[in-house]
Ligand binder design. Structure first.
Ligand code: KMT
Ligand code: NI
Length: 172
């Protein structure tokens, strides 16, 4: 895992866009983003048990696996959105970038690789992209009732109860 401020320069979303300004795990925690390195599946299972993640599936995001829809899917994942529940991802292979909004509403880019696990809190604005390798294999974990419909950023969403809960816990 490596996290840094996104450079906001033009260019493909899959490029590193590394500004050189590092962001540490503590700073991620302050905006409610939890990071774990879990080389043993056993530790993942323990964490899942503790946090009530009862369900899981696996996804491979790649042109080989997805065919023609790959490019459009990757663009969709990169639309800024939030969910009304946590987004939990455990990377099994390949790499990818999760971008999350900082306290100042700038993008923080989190580069993940095999054995990295990330938990994004409900209500945080974020987006995802593969990198230049165009391959990521991830486990998606969720609670009983997955509520992970992406809600795209808009002023209408400001009043959403999950957004408001996030803002009052982490941004004020
Ligand atoms: C998401 O929600 O952005 C995804 O599922 C992308 C693939 S998981 C790394
Ligand atoms: Ni999401």
């Amino acid at each position: 895992m490596k996290a840094y401020m996104y450079d906001n320069l033009p260019g493909d979303q899959r490029l590193a866009h590394d500004s050189g300004r590092v962001v540490d795990v503590d700073a991620l925690k302050k905006i409610g983003v939890l990071y774990y390195r879990l080389p043993e599946l056993e530790s993942l299972n323990k964490l899942a048990e503790e946090r009530g993640y009862k369900n899981r599936d696996e996804i491979v995001v790649s042109p080989e696996k997805m065919g023609d829809v790959y490019e459009s899917k990757v663009k969709m994942f990169f639309d800024e959105h939030l969910h009304e529940d946590e987004e939990i991802r455990y990377i099994r292979g390949g790499q990818g970038y999760f971008d999350v909004r900082s306290q100042e509403d700038d993008w923080v880019r989190i580069q993940l690789e095999k054995d990295d696990m990330i938990i994004l809190p409900a209500g945080i604005y974020h987006r995802f992209t593969t990198d230049e390798s165009n391959y990521v294999h991830a486990m998606r974990l969720f609670k009983e009732e997955p509520k992970w419909t992406p809600l795209n950023r808009s002023s209408d969403l400001d009043g959403n109860e999950h957004r408001q809960a996030y803002v009052s816990q982490y941004l004020t």
